[in-house]
Design a protein around this ligand. Structure first.
Ligand code: ATP
Length: 354
């Protein structure tokens, strides 16, 4: 669009002094996790109203999906669970991918920071994953021709590689981080990952104060498992980003703890870091509510509602690190509601102090 470049930020939707945010609960444990977010917001007096959009997993129509995307465009901000796509029609693409692509949410950021109260495989991990979020292996350009031969295209563009590399280095600069590691497989995928790596190296030249190195994805996984403390900020193409996020989250406490942020130039969507559906544990009052609550804290920070974000963040930290109230995924025996009620108790005390 000819005017698109002139707009740097869109105003966030507000009505009567309150923010409007799109909520996409998704499947599995998504709806229960969202109900915890709403409950905590209620007790914290958070001035946010949710516009909830359900996307039906088996529907072949894209009506719900289009409505969800329009809602995020209107509000500028969304929070989501994992949306299932169960249509038997192979032309119906993943709703999660469609949302990211249509809103051009080109980067996904997962801050993998250990909780002192959680005994993971490694302690004191503090890694920021900056992942390309809209192309690479997720281009969804596959065909079978002739039968028995499937071709699947991986798309890497200079423009998106540069945007992600720049995001990683800007993030490092603003947050006083010392090193960016670009992860790739350029020894085999010479053109695609080669372009990603070369672009990162060029961007790195503009940030002389930040150390830049690169690592092949295979070695990266081994290094992560044996010595994750060598990493600071990591930048990588889409599929490697998904795998590496899962590896690091697994090392420091699993799928129930960390959040992920999706950003484009205009919109932001917040969700649990490893994007699980959790079908097997849905409705059992055992899902860990922390990952989605952390996503809500990220969202409040983005909306510049810092005191509310800080209150919930502190209440979560006290619950996990001091009270040690943990769900079964963290080897505790608390229910989801035990965790949420304890967080609410802290939110109430902290809110009075504010
Ligand atoms: P699917 O729903 O796609 O069929 P699944 O429910 O078996 O898969 P995933 O959603 O991929 O599994 O999640 C991976 C693992 O992480 C599962 O063991 C799931 O129970 C666990 N998990 C995901 N989110 C949470 C959470 N918030 N709290 C506790 N465990 C979780």
């Amino acid at each position: 669009h000819p005017f698109a470049k002139k707009v740097t930020t869109l105003p966030k939707a507000r009505y009567g002094g309150r923010h409007a945010v799109t909520m996409l609960p998704g499947g599995g444990i998504g709806p229960e996790l969202m109900s915890y977010v709403k409950e905590v917001f209620k007790y914290g007096g958070v001035p946010v109203d949710f516009e909830t959009v359900q996307i039906h997993p088996t529907s072949d129509s894209n009506e719900d999906l289009e409505y969800a995307i329009t809602s995020i465009r209107r509000n500028g901000v969304g929070i989501k669970g994992n949306i299932e796509t169960k249509s038997l029609d192979t032309s119906v693409i993943s709703r999660n991918v469609a949302i990211r692509n249509q809103l051009d949410l080109f980067v996904n950021v997962v801050h993998c920071k250990s909780y002192a109260g959680v005994a993971g495989q490694h302690q004191n991990v503090d890694i920021v994953i900056v992942r390309q979020n809209t192309e690479g292996e997720y281009a969804m350009l596959e065909h079978e021709s002739p039968p028995g031969v499937v071709e699947s295209m991986k798309v890497i563009t200079a423009q998106n590689s540069e945007r992600v590399a720049r995001y990683a280095f800007e993030f490092a600069r603003k947050n006083n981080r010392k090193k960016v590691t670009t992860v790739h497989k350029a020894n085999i995928m010479k053109l695609s990952d080669g372009l990603y790596l070369e672009t990162a190296r060029n961007v790195a030249k503009e940030y002389p104060e930040i150390q830049h190195n690169d690592m092949i994805i295979d070695n990266c996984c081994m290094q992560l498992v044996s010595n994750p403390h060598q990493f600071d900020v990591m930048s990588m193409p889409n599929l490697y980003g998904s795998i590496v996020s899962n590896v690091i989250c697994g090392l420091i406490g699993g799928a129930g703890l960390l959040s992920g942020r999706n950003f484009g130039d205009y919109y932001a969507v917040f969700e649990p870091g490893t994007r699980n559906t959790g079908t097997a544990i849905a409705g059992k009052n055992i899902a860990n509510p922390i990952a989605m609550l952390n996503a809500s804290v990220d969202m409040l920070e983005y909306l510049n509602l810092k005191p509310y974000a800080n209150t919930i963040k502190l209440a979560v930290e006290k619950t996990i690190n001091e009270d040690l109230i943990h769900t079964p995924d963290l080897k505790g025996n608390a229910s989801s509601l035990d965790v949420v009620q304890n967080i609410i108790r802290h939110v109430q005390t902290l809110s009075v102090k504010w």
